[in-house]
Design a protein around this ligand. Sequence first.
Ligand SMILES: [Zn+2]
Length: 476
Amino acid sequence: MKKLTLSLLAVSLLSACSQTSQLNHNASLIIKNGQVLTMNDNKDIIEQGVVVVKGDQIIAIGTKALLKQYSASKVIDAEDGIVMPGMINTHNHLPMIAFRGLGEEGIANRLFAYFFPLEKEKLSRDLIYQATRLGTLDLAQSGVTTYADMYYHMDEMAKATKEIGLRAVLGETVIKFPVVDAKEPHGGIEYAKQFIREYKNDPLITPAFAPHAVYTVAEDKLQEINTLSKQLDVPVLIHVSEFGNEAERIQDNTDKLSPVAWLNKIGVLNDRMVLAHSIHLTKEDIALVKQSGAGIAYNPMANAKGATGIAPAWEMYQQDIPMGLGTDGPMSSNQVDLWRTLSYAANMQRLKHDDRTIMIPEQVIELATIGGAKALHMDDEIGSLETGKKADIIIVETDSANMRPNYNPYATLVYQANPSNVDTTIVNGKVVMENRQMKTVNVKSINQEIDKIESDIQDFAKELAKDAIKSPSLMK
Ligand SMILES: [Zn+2]
């Protein structure tokens, strides 16, 4: 950590943008009086710092001397709170928030005996839209400004995400059985092509392909997706090595190659990919991932809850593999914000390695911000507070009892903070929440729609849980 006490940084940053540094230059938004965590390469922290925004971009960042250089129609006083890049949740299935809290009776084969039958019966285009409204509200209120998601009817998710004003990488799911938005096996490919055409140049939405996993998508379909993703220049999100037995479940994998080695062999492992979970990786797998440039979504809280294992995150961090944090879907971790995941990210690695010196809070916040941006291949635009980057900024108050004292802001964030400490959320230069008041959506109307969904689902869901416990191998 490097604290700046003089205005040296401000001088150098200002000279870097000298064309715009004349007196009283107009900006659209100024944040002042913040403890600014830049998350730049030096991890500079600016005390009583100022961030200046014009349109969707950060145009200056430095000490309070900047206040003499810029004026803006909107000035937010951070009141000594922590000003930091919006957090990035690199793996989610956000609409499953409609089912959050269900299937918690201890079901062994929860994915096939509970998740998939529940989705088969209850998913609809409208549920996905309404649930995304709730999910994005939860994200915005807890300081996540960008999320990556793998689900269905991604056009509905895009619509709800744009309404609230968050940024997202939305991957349309491709899977080998019929699903809510595709009657044919692997029908998601056609759906994705249409969705990508519609949203390719959107300022907030990055459309993507999301082949579900190595054991639920055919080899030739993974290759087709790879070719299309190259042509259309879009990311590919996939679950990899979440379970220890995936090698045996891959069709025609006669050599029993690991999922990573198999993806490499069939020619689809590359720097457009984001690999979710990546728990059961060998040293050789990690080397292949490093070589490929693929990103990693590390989901420590969901992995612990699902008892799927502890990912080699520390090993990958040390090798500088692009890696961010994810929650996985709201049935897997029940939280879409990253606050609890932050401490899991460190603590699981410390337990695994029997070493309390690794994954220090500064490194965890790195994963939650610029690391996530790198994993999603978006670090040119987001993940740190630097001149020229998109203005995705949050203010975390430090007045509440749980936030005091604040000797080391990274430790305060990782081990003390919770979602309600997020005071202000700004995405693409637009204020989405200020003083905990939502500026873009009507919270009451979102809750009313969720009430209807809850009463429609609950009886079916309870019966399904009983059946799933009786016959855990259902649909396997
Ligand atoms: Zn997942």
